[in-house]
Ligand binder design. Structure first.
Ligand code: FMN
Ligand code: SF4
Ligand code: SF4
Length: 262
């Protein structure tokens, strides 16, 4: 199968997924393109993909599912039998139904799954969990994974080949998080958090507040704040992090991958 163009397509508020999507795309083509679906304006534009392109599509795992974003993460993508590599990044707990959900959503948008993979990245709520990943061992696996994808595409998918990934339908219920970030009195009203928010949950007129009905707890606003005014204060993020570390710091999870076959 001749591939004219490779594009890394990702939703990645804290850049863990982006690191993997771009590394995999780069291993497949030095001249890969990028579509960053974290930006709501990019999600509102139509993105068409031809049958001679390859899309490397990535998203993070939130409570074992994909992030619940208005309009859906992949609603603006249109494949035309476009081969795709699906990936999720997760914070060393589990990816549950997220990879299956991603495959289902993208195949409904006209993509054809060639391969899928799950990778470990720093956990949004604790820098200690998944710290430094992708590390050297992950990078070796990225190279090996991309080589197998390339071999599969070069050979051409056999008639009736199907991609099967772990997960259950119906997907698990993702519980709402019991906290959201807000800003304290250090806020200088620069509105960087407003631009960073992937779901427009921060009103530019009131950047100290958060619309809890929209917030997905991605913490992009916390990372974007130049004066560390934005944070999770009720309960303190340190308490949330400690709870996650007690459960998910170890054992070290390893990447998993799956390929279409008969
Ligand atoms: C709301 C929320 C829920 C999460 N749930 C899970 C989970 O179920 N399993 C897991 O291992 N990591 C979980 N994580 C951690 C993220 O999957 C992980 O940090 C991911 O790499 C973040 O991707 P990003 O850096 O591209 O934003 C969660 C993070 C958030 C913000
Ligand atoms: S980024 Fe920080 S300082 Fe700037 S408006 Fe948002 S909370 Fe305030
Ligand atoms: S308010 Fe902050 S944590 Fe909530 S969705 Fe927006 S950027 Fe993410």
């Amino acid at each position: 199968m001749e591939i004219r163009k490779v594009t890394a397509v990702y939703f990645s508020p804290t850049h863990g997924t982006r690191a993997y999507a771009e590394a995999i795309a780069a291993a497949l083509s030095a001249e890969y393109g990028r579509i960053d679906l974290t930006n709501p304006f990019t999600r509102e534009q139509a993105h068409e993909f031809g049958a001679d392109e390859l899309a490397v599509i990535g998203a993070p795992v939130y409570a074992g599912r994909l992030p619940a974003v208005p309009g859906g993460l992949f609603g603006s993508l249109r494949g035309h039998g476009t081969p795709a590599v699906f990936l999720v990044s997760y914070g060393n707990r589990a990816y549950d139904d997220a990879l299956l959900e991603e495959q289902d959503l993208c195949e409904a948008q006209g993509f054809r799954g060639v391969a899928a993979s799950a990778w470990i990245a720093p956990h949004t709520f604790s820098a200690k969990i998944g710290a430094g990943r992708p590390d050297a061992a992950d990078r070796e696996k990225i190279t090996a994974f991309a080589a197998r994808v390339k071999a599969l595409l070069d050979a051409g998918l056999p008639e009736g080949a199907r991609l099967a990934v772990p997960g259950n339908r119906p997907y698990r219920e993702a519980p709402a998080m019991p906290f959201h970030p807000e800003a304290n009195e250090a806020c200088i009203r620069c509105r960087r958090c407003v631009s960073a928010c992937p779901v427009r949950a921060i009103d530019p007129a009131h950047p100290e507040a958060t619309d809890a009905s929209k917030c997905i707890d991605c913490l992009a606003c916390v990372h974007a704040c130049p004066v560390h005014a934005r944070g999770v204060y009720h309960p303190p993020l340190a308490a949330v992090a400690a709870g996650c570390e007690a459960k998910f710091l170890t054992p070290r999870r390893e990447p998993e991958w799956f390929f279409a076959g008969v």
